[in-house]
Design a protein around this ligand. Structure first.
Ligand SMILES: NC(=O)C1=CN([C@@H]2O[C@H](COP(=O)(O)OP(=O)(O)OC[C@H]3O[C@@H](n4cnc5c(N)ncnc54)[C@H](OP(=O)(O)O)[C@@H]3O)[C@@H](O)[C@H]2O)C=CC1
Ligand SMILES: O=C1O[C@H](COP(=O)(O)O)[C@@H](O)[C@H](O)[C@H]1O
Length: 612
């Protein structure tokens, strides 16, 4: 039941914890539970509820009919058009209308017949996404904007609820206001986007609760049930909280907040432990309560457009897959360079260092995807079966094949200001040996890659932000044109460059004849620069892609526990050597190209760094 009225005066008996102002007292949870069972539904009467929507930004009221037990009768709702008593519908009533500033705004679609939602199974399933640690930087800047972008592009279910959960005391409204500040329109800044934001925020709620006891999860569960109705209800929980509280949270979640009428999936953020032991402990604590198929360990790097495209490029182009072996490939470089420093993350970073922060997951996963054998299918398990084989085939890296660096202070380009060195960053131990840069060589000891160096480079405070995979091919054997190439045959070998960031692109470096009468060769590029070829606004943020994959149940870009273990096991001897031997990192200037040692390392393995 709903009414179309110019103004509403309401005699509320109670304001529920969900901020529904109920004319009749709230339905108790036992009523709710019984309302899910067809047999007792008939004994429930109606209650009228006015939900205030997005009240700070625009006043809207939704008047819907809900159920109440027969002992809650007698209150009245007065409207300009009459009085409702005991939940009796007026003849003018329309189902689930929204009344906005006195005018009918739009029809609500969920209950077209005007029935109370819990009385009927829903035609389409419900999806709730709860972000734990909702007040954190990651949630505000990445996760919620990605959820809004998915909503905007029509990729979320029709029936959704987005929940924020954390220890902070916030009302739904305060939380909506907080999100409206950070969720922006990626594609379309226009009015349509503003409207979409308003409707999105109507599906956003907040629940305050702790992480170490399960009370919060029980409360969350009952709020979710209230909103979900009685049909199929699927739940995603995004754990955007510090690592150490993940075991407690997953225990409570799995016990008290898993869906009883659909699937439940958990997204877990990195870091996944800080060594083999802590990672295995974390994995065990998750697997004690949940099935591996429910766990989505997210590495946002894998959600980047060009990383996802790696497998497409290789497996759907005849020209590449046959070349993807030691016979043709001389070396592979995988690089992730940041041009910024700690920016407030010094305390966290100093405990981890660049190998744990970037190499263990981002770079190892990229190499695994790049180097795997063709999987049986695109199914997540088939892909992960192949990735783990690569990780397990890698040779234990030795310290001599690695160069560590730490950025020192420098002067800004305009000469006017001084840029802090790593040791001056807040939260960093004064004599810290933690590396902010690493370059190293890895080998995959299998038939396809035997002897091919995989050079990795990762660092902060470098000259530019760059994420790239560069494949250098061997020289052309017996090249007829060698006399036209000059002395450096390396400069003339083919390269395939996959530029992941900042400019998405694929380049193939080839030798070409300079037009004219002579035979002069030129090293040119066939290029697929995304911003020229595609509408770059259509490139989604990696969190968007990955959250959508979770909704679809596609786990091929998420890390399975055996991959994680293999990757930690591989790196542990190196980390142990670095820490036990107290290896001093080579200092490099902030804003430069990193330590000189990395160039010697490249030369030692016959590889020319791309940025030379
Ligand atoms: N920020 C980033 O770019 C990235 C972050 N990550 C990972 O994602 C997770 C979230 O990141 P971020 O948002 O930056 O993290 P925060 O440190 O900001 O923590 C997120 C929220 O968790 C709650 N929280 C913080 N510390 C504790 C604690 N000791 N005990 C209980 N609750 C706590 C806080 O909410 P409240 O106090 O309201 O409960 C906080 O808002 C982390 O695991 C991080 O390592 C991974 C990749 C990138
Ligand atoms: O997980 C992390 O990744 C980022 C790199 O991500 P990008 O999207 O900026 O390429 C890195 O800067 C951050 O320190 C690290 O924790």
């Amino acid at each position: 039941m709903a009414v179309s009225v110019a103004s509403v005066s309401l005699l509320p008996r109670q304001i529920g914890h969900d901020w529904h102002q109920s004319v009749f007292p709230r339905v108790s949870s036992s009523h709710r539970r019984s309302a899910r069972c067809d047999k007792v539904v008939d004994s429930l009467h109606l209650r009228s509820v006015i939900t205030s929507l997005g009240s700070k930004r625009k006043r809207k009221y939704r008047i819907v009919t809900e159920a109440a037990s027969s002992d809650h009768q007698g209150a009245q709702v007065r409207t300009a058009e009459g009085v409702f008593a005991n939940g009796q519908a007026l003849p003018t009533a329309q189902p689930n209308e929204i009344i906005e500033n006195g005018n009918k705004a739009r029809e609500e679609l969920e209950s077209p017949d005007g029935y109370y939602r819990w009385n009927k199974p829903q035609a389409s399933p419900f999806l709730s996404i709860t972000v734990l640690g909702a007040t954190g930087e990651l949630a505000r800047n990445k996760i919620f904007p990605a959820l809004f972008a998915l909503y905007y592009s029509g990729n979320l279910y029709k029936n959704i609820a987005i929940f924020g959960y954390s220890r902070s005391e916030l009302t739904d409204e305060e939380f909506r206001d907080m999100l409206s500040e950070s969720a922006t329109c990626r594609v379309d800044e226009g009015e349509k986007c503003g409207e979409a934001m308003e409707t999105f925020l109507q599906s956003v709620y907040f629940e305050t609760g702790g992480y170490s006891t399960c009370d919060g999860m029980t409360k969350l569960d009952s709020r979710l049930k209230e909103i979900e109705g009685m049909g199929e209800a699927n739940r995603i929980f995004y754990l955007s909280v510090p690592n150490e509280i993940v075991p407690d949270v997953s225990r409570c979640l799995s016990r008290d907040a898993q869906s009883k009428s659909g699937w439940t999936r958990l997204i877990v953020e990195k870091p996944f432990g800080s060594d083999s032991e802590s990672s295995a402990k974390l994995a065990d604590s998750l697997l004690q309560y949940l099935d591996e198929s429910q766990i989505y360990r997210i590495d946002h790097h894998l959600g980047k457009e060009l990383i996802e495209n790696l497998t497409v490029l290789r497996f759907s182009n005849l020209v590449f897959e046959p070349l993807w072996t030691r016979t043709y490939i001389k070396s592979v470089q995988v690089m992730l360079a940041e041009d910024w420093g700690m920016e407030g993350r010094g305390g966290y970073f100093d405990q981890h260092g660049i190998i744990r922060d970037i190499v263990q997951s981002h770079l190892m996963q990229t190499i695994a995807l790049f180097a795997m054998e063709p999987p049986v299918s695109l199914d997540g398990e088939d892909i992960r079966n192949e990735k783990v084989k690569v990780l397990r085939s890698m040779r234990t890296p030795s310290l001599e094949d690695f160069c560590l660096g730490q950025y020192k202070a420098s002067i800004s380009k305009d000469g006017k200001s001084r840029i802090f060195g790593y040791l001056e960053e807040p939260g960093v131990y004064p004599n810290s040996l933690t590396p902010t840069f690493v370059a190293g060589v890895l080998y995959i000891d299998n038939a396809r890659w035997d002897g091919v160096p995989f050079l990795i480079k990762a660092g902060y405070g470098l000259i530019k932000h760059k994420v790239e995979i560069r494949i250098q091919f061997h020289h052309v054997p017996g090249n007829l044109y060698r006399e036209h190439i000059g002395l450096n045959m390396d400069m003339a070998s083919n390269e395939l460059i996959i530029s992941v960031q900042p400019d998405e692109a694929i380049f193939l470096k080839i030798n070409n004849k300079v037009p004219g009468l002579g035979t002069q060769l030129d090293s040119s590029e066939l290029n697929l620069l995304y911003r020229e070829r595609y509408d770059c606004e259509s490139i989604p943020d990696s969190y968007e892609r990955l959250i959508l994959d979770v909704i679809k149940g596609d786990n091929h870009l998420f890390i399975r526990s055996d991959e994680l273990q293999a990757s930690w096991d591989l790196l542990m001897p190196l980390l142990k050597d670095i820490e036990e031997q107290k290896v001093a990192p080579e200092m490099y200037t902030f804003g430069g190209r990193g330590p000189v040692g990395s160039y010697y390392l490249g030369a030692k393995h016959g590889v020319r760094w791309a940025d030379e």
